[in-house]
Design a protein around this ligand. Sequence first.
Ligand code: URA
Length: 455
Amino acid sequence: MHMYDILNKKRMGLALTRDEIAFFVRGHTSGEIPDYQASALLMAICIHGMSDEETASLTLAMAHSGDTADLSHIPGVKADKHSTGGVGDKTTLIVAPLAAACGVTVAKMSGRGLGYTGGTIDKLESIPGFSTQQTPERFARIAGETGLCIVGQSGNLAPADKKLYALRDVTATVESIPLIASSIMSKKLAGGSDCIVLDVKTGNGAFMKTLKDSISLAQTMVAIGTHAGKKTAALITDMNRPLGMAVGNALEVEEACRVLKGEGPDDLRTISIELAAMMVFLAGKAVSMEDARASVQEKLEDGSALKKFREWIASQGGDPSVIENPELLPHAKVSRRVCADRPGWIDSIDTQGVGRSSVLLGAGRETKSSRLDYGAGIRFYRKLGDWVDEGDVLAEVFAPDEQSASEGAQVLRRAICIGQVRAEIPPLFYAMITENKNSNRQNCILYTENGMKEL
Ligand code: URA
């Protein structure tokens, strides 16, 4: 087999075989196939796309290019949850203990934030003492005993994706649904869970800006997971505003604690319940989504999810008293208020702008090596659709120094648009994609004002 022939075939828009794709992934990961040939193939894929079979073959080859987690010795059905990335998205901190309290085992790896989106591992590490590095033995023991353990991605997880992603970044080939889907799903498959719930964000703060692209990405990922024998489903949720009222690592931990205590913002609680219910349903712990929602709601209301959260923090070395005493979480040195300069309705939020502000404040990473200030970030006092008078406090920013606070505050103020007409508030949920057990097709259920509608 020759890479030249593979390139020629894809250039003509023909489908590659599983063996050809495996040859490419193996050769590029080992360094035998040079970056210039890999780049040419990535561009041809961007232009011609890939069939479902090709995308599944690419994903499986990448998933098996390095270490894969074997979770078979951990008791219970294991469920993973992945978000395509957003601003203020701390749902994993809430969803994982909710699902574990319903009897689902959550033994998973998570990532760090990069650019304007946050990462679960950074949020967890803002809890004093919490360790996201565990030996495989301890990982299995914690997951077995508490039903819940989350660690950072191992260095050799899907190395093919690491190399290809770095190339895509510099060859304008990131924006391709088969390449994005295979990149995300290769890491999920290597993670070893039995069930995978995907939260595909859509809107001005998401990777996918349009609903059409978000549905297409979700369908591709659900097809890959199903093909690999995993129970997989996706929810498409809104990212035209930050999720909840807090952005920044320790601020988000504090907000997650509030939701688990039965307080906290409605949008965050509602999305967390839906995602946890999907994990519970896929893991076979409920007979229907309605039943799963009811169980999750019960575990939230009777305090078992909060108890699970406490156990989880302690099991990974963290100080669970942060739940009662959020002042034990890191705090930034400087704070500054962002106020309305005119009266009106908050009619839109540039969510990516909010994310950029959080990076300037020190809550996110500009580059992989940027240092974070765990206490930095934004606390909103007003949300999309609210009326504000001139001088009202819209938000407060937290930063390690005056300059970062000033820069972050300016960018944040520009991201909050005040107009004279009350705009329509976008829905929280757009669609749910599930596998259809009776056919090769998927179910796509749209959430409408009047309930749910099958597409
Ligand atoms: N996240 C990933 O892991 N890969 C992509 O290609 C895009 C987002």
